[in-house]
Design a protein around this ligand. Structure first.
Ligand code: ADP
Ligand code: MG
Length: 250
């Protein structure tokens, strides 16, 4: 395996609150990396910095040989990085299919949206095919014409994944994909993520559910107060002093 993404000495403060401090880690090609840590330890902020939603103070983020830490969000998406949100917020008036299609349109850029051409219409046709295929893969075909807002918490998470995959990313980052998901859907999410990974997608997953972590992740990093305190296999987590300290130390 070779490193696909590299984060080096990344720091971020909000006002006087040092939320990430000297964070370094890599993500290998084809790897599923768990991102753990107590509430408030900086996990979501780390995803926000990698995906360009939050500017960093110090450090570098690279994908392959390309530095992405100063790029605007749309260029980061174009470099192959996608993410989902902890609490997906869905538009009330759009259907599930329309929401996935709109996620595809964003990646074509404003210029093409303003000046539609024959080529763009062809792109729309291929988007429709791609969106239809993703809805099928993510078990959402039956609800494709419902308002996106009417979906259950778990289905919204799946829809968030479908939207993220419209840009054909090489890395997908998921913020608590299991939180609030009905147990019936959990196994299906695990199987879906496993299948996507087997087809070449690398994943970074923030999650508290240890069963899920053990089932899915190849390796885990653990944040405590903005610093990485462990980088080990899921099996080693339970025996790691720093991990126990992070969760029990208060
Ligand atoms: P986690 O996802 O591990 O629960 P977060 O990354 O959401 O943690 O938050 C880490 C810390 O950063 C918290 O103290 C939070 O209040 C602070 N924080 C996160 N985002 C912002 C922001 N946009 N402005 C100010 N403080 C923030
Ligand atoms: Mg969070």
């Amino acid at each position: 395996m070779s490193a696909l993404m590299q984060v080096n000495h990344l720091s971020k403060a909000f006002g006087g609150n040092q939320v990430l401090e000297d964070v370094s880690f890599s993500l290998d090609q084809g790897e599923i990396l768990g991102l753990l840590g107590p509430n408030g330890s900086g996990k979501s902020t780390l995803l926000n910095t990698i995906s360009g939603f939050t500017p960093i103070d110090h450090g570098t983020i690279s994908i392959g040989t390309q530095r992405i830490d100063k790029l605007p969000t749309y260029q980061i998406i174009n470099s192959g990085i996608a993410r989902t949100f902890q609490l997906p917020n869905m538009p009330k008036k759009m259907s599930v299919l329309e929401v996935v299609m709109a996620a595809g349109t964003r990646s074509h850029g404003l210029f093409q949206s303003l000046f539609p051409s024959k080529r763009l219409r062809q792109v729309e046709q291929s988007d429709l095919a791609k969106a239809t295929q993703l809805l099928d893969e993510l078990l959402l075909t039956k609800v494709r014409n419902l308002p996106a807002d009417a979906l259950s918490g778990g289905q919204k998470k799946l829809l968030g994944i479908a939207c993220a995959l419209m840009g054909k990313p090489s890395v997908l980052m998921l913020d608590e994909p299991m939180a609030g998901v009905h147990p019936n859907l959990r196994q299906e999410i695990v199987e879906t993520l496993t299948r996507l990974n087997q087809n070449g997608l690398s994943l970074i997953i923030i999650e508290h559910d240890m069963h899920f972590i053990r089932e899915l992740c190849h390796r885990c990093i653990v944040l405590n107060r903005g610093t990485i305190v462990a980088n080990c296999s899921p099996q080693e987590l339970a025996h790691n002093e720093q991990v126990l300290e992070a969760y029990l130390g208060g």
